[in-house]
Design a protein. Structure first.
Lengths: 314, 310
């Protein structure tokens, strides 16, 4: 390491000699494309991609095979007899050990949980974030700090008291309980997201509206909300994938009639009796993964922004 | 108006505070109620409740009498709990070091001005969008000893090929690791790549002019500069590891035997299937303790230095 003085001279030197082409990440693109270094680089990335893609490939091919073909024992081979039977069975008639209705009830339960949970948790967090930035009151920042800190407490710690609480409220074992729990545990990260976004808006906006005599809700609905579309989209992506993929809250709070798709899937694969039908299992797995995958591929860069925003806690 | 200001002057400090508590920005306070209730009732209240009742002998209902540390003595006398803890330690050590190393290496490779960067990123990150249940079930099928990868390779003539970790109690933790890394490393890569891109370009120019090899620049100059991202990565990966539950349920159901049990599963099973709430609460309090050991030094490093954030 060199000291800052020589660093800056070196930088100046570098600026003069612009014809220096060194293949570093920030330099100009090197002329010859197929250098040994590049070949190694791309091979490693290619092998890594094989690891990431292999399960998806196996899932899809297995789900279109017939059971005799699967018993032949070649997980790499594409299906010879291409059949969608496993998919329809997984959707409507696969057995969970209790019932034989396939995944479809789970899918609809998940939808019934997903839509209100996403809307309520996003709305609550948006109001929280707006309040924390523009309507600070004594202790509001402390509440926020505890909220963020609380997001690291393992869910298992609060699980039993929450069961008692929802039982007391008379909603244990129903969809409203799951919605409530998702709203609670989505609150820290979403509030952080909205708070940081509203803090980045120019404060003059709020002040001008305030001078014009608008109150808390009016400023929120007419000034802040119309401006927060980008962050609302990020929050929606985060919540849709997060809530869809949830297992623990579904299994604890939903009750046997309202089990979400992930729980139903696990029951089909792991507690069904009789000979396992791997093609049905994989079709069911694929079906459950489809919703977040679609969100992922459609949202593209926004998904990355969402998870990165979710990552930069505190 | 004059009346109000006069009485305000006469009011004591606390009385004014109480009055203002209910009159100033009243809609803002009403709007903050969900957050305040969540913090006070759920995050603080429920946590304290759990800690308190972990010292009782509650079984089917949390009404037990105070028994001191009995639940904890029994907890650490239960072989299933000890297996769970050791599994979590081994899984945690491997998972943390592998995700960080692999995430960093992939990020460095992605940082070489490669073509199709977004395609590579899309492929590496998609497992992160999938649930642990889906992840576990796919890998359960791939690791199926007779019809999965092992069976396929043997059918293809590679008789020596062995990949039966899921069925072996001494190796099952590595089966969990493979599935866990598949799901999470892409995200670490994205995080690290953001960190790499955040490093000032001038650093690169300077180190290049000084003739420092690229790998040394990455390891000794850029990596220490990414402290913030690294700390975030460790905290995120760490709190994810402690919560490890869905993946185990889907991939191994804790088996073979009890060889892949984890604390989170112990808590769930004791609370909701074995009907031994005291045990479940004691186990969950231990989980809380573990997280605190990770979080408090971090919070101290992040916020302690520049005073309390207020």
């Amino acid at each position: 390491m060199s000291n800052p003085a020589t660093l800056s001279t070196n930088v100046a030197l570098d600026a003069v000699k612009t014809d220096i082409t060194l293949d570093g990440p920030h330099g100009p693109r090197p002329k010859p494309f197929f250098t040994p270094r590049r070949i190694i680089l791309y091979s490693i990335l290619f092998v890594a991609c094989l690891y990431y893609l292999f399960p998806l490939y196996v899932m899809i091919t297995t789900s279109f095979k017939t059971m005799p073909e699967i018993r032949f024992g070649n997980i790499f081979a594409p299906p010879i007899e291409f059949t969608g039977e496993a998919w329809s069975k997984a959707w409507s008639s696969a057995c969970t050990g209790l019932t034989c209705q396939g995944l479809s009830p789970g899918f609809w339960n998940s939808i019934k949980i997903l839509i209100p949970s996403v809307i309520i948790s996003t709305a609550v967090a948006a109001v929280n974030g707006y309040g924390l930035v523009n309507w600070k009151f004594k202790g509001s920042e402390i509440f926020f700090a505890v909220l963020i800190f609380g997001s690291f407490i393992p869910y298992q710690v609060m699980l039993y008291p929450l069961v008692m609480l929802t039982r007391e409220m008379g909603i244990f074992g129903t969809i409203p309980a799951v919605i409530m729990v998702h709203t609670i545990f989505g609150m820290p990260i979403l509030t952080l997201l909205f708070r940081n976004y509203f803090a980045s808006l120019p404060p003059e906006l709020f002040k001008a509206a305030r001078v014009d005599g608008a109150g808390f809700w009016r400023i929120f609905f007419e000034v802040m909300l119309p401006m927060s579309l980008p962050i609302v989209v990020v929050a929606l992506i985060l919540q849709v994938t997060g809530i869809w993929n949830d297992f623990l809250f579904g299994v604890v709070f939903a009750g046997t009639q309202n089990l979400p798709m992930t729980v139903q899937l696990n029951n089909i694969v792991n507690s069904a009796q009789g000979t396992p039908e791997y093609n049905v299992n994989m079709a069911a797995t694929m079906l459950t993964g489809l919703v977040p995958l679609i969100v992922y591929f459609v949202s593209g860069r926004l998904f990355v922004r969402g998870v990165a925003a979710g990552a930069v806690k505190g | 108006m004059t009346d109000a200001s006069a009485s305000e002057r006469q009011e004591s400090g606390t009385a004014r505070y109480v009055r203002q508590l209910f009159t100033r920005n009243i809609s803002a306070k009403i709007a903050a109620t969900p957050m305040i209730v969540t913090v006070l009732v759920i995050f603080i209240g429920c946590t304290l409740w759990t800690i308190y009742y972990s010292f009782t002998n509650s079984r089917l209902l949390p009404t037990g009498t105070f028994v001191g540390l009995d639940q904890y003595t029994r907890l650490f006398g239960t072989s299933r709990w000890n297996v769970s803890v050791w599994n979590l330690i081994w899984y945690g050590v491997f998972s943390l070091s592998f995700t960080l190393v692999i995430g960093f290496l992939l990020a460095v490779l992605m940082d070489q001005k490669i073509r199709f960067e977004s395609a590579f990123r899309t492929i590496m990150l998609y497992p992160f969008a999938l649930s642990f249940i889906v992840t576990g079930l796919v890998w359960q099928w791939i690791m199926n000893p007779t019809l999965g990868l092992q069976g396929t390779m043997r059918n293809l003539g590679f008789d020596w090929f062995t990949f039966d970790w899921i069925a072996r109690s001494d190796m099952v933790i590595y089966a969990l690791l493979i599935a866990g890394l598949w799901q999470g490393t892409g995200f670490m890569m994205v995080l690290m790549l953001a960190g790499l891109r955040g490093v000032d370009e001038e650093i690169w120019k300077a180190s290049r002019v000084d003739g420092i090899p690229t790998w040394r620049t990455y390891l000794f100059i850029v990596l220490p500069m990414m402290r913030g991202v690294l700390v975030t990565a460790v905290v995120l990966a760490g709190s994810g590891i402690v919560r490890l539950y869905d993946l185990v349920v889907a991939l191994t159901r804790g088996g073979p035997g009890i060889s892949s049990e984890v604390p989170a599963k112990y808590v769930y099973d004791y609370m909701f299937t074995a009907g031994n709430i005291g045990q479940g609460l004691a186990a969950s309090t231990m989980m809380l303790l573990t997280v605190m050991i990770i979080i408090i030094p971090w919070a101290y490093l992040e916020f302690g230095g520049r005073g309390k954030k207020s």
